[in-house]
Design a protein around this ligand. Structure first.
Ligand SMILES: [Zn+2]
Ligand SMILES: [Zn+2]
Length: 81
């Protein structure tokens, strides 16, 4: 019996760039936000919770990205949507 490829298989190949605050407390608040609110963070420069400068990260490897225009992660090679 073989398990059909679920959505998880797809997620392995499609990651996204996320813009986050390095503060752990802010990260917890961020994770409770809606998908829409998280996407809005990509346009922000500063954290709305603590005013620190936000950093762009790869959702797959969590490494910082220098540019939000990247199509691929320079660290782990995953493709962004
Ligand atoms: Zn913050
Ligand atoms: Zn990566």
């Amino acid at each position: 019996m073989e398990t059909a490829a679920g959505p998880q298989t797809d997620e392995r190949h499609h990651h996204r760039k996320v813009k986050v605050c390095r503060e752990v407390e802010c990260d917890e608040k961020y994770n409770q936000l809606s998908e829409e609110a998280r996407t809005a963070f990509l346009e922000f420069s500063y954290c709305p919770f603590c005013s620190n400068e936000l950093v762009i990260q790869c959702s797959a490897c969590r490494e910082s990205l220098a540019d939000k225009g990247y199509n691929y992660c320079p660290w782990c090679g995953c493709q962004y949507d």
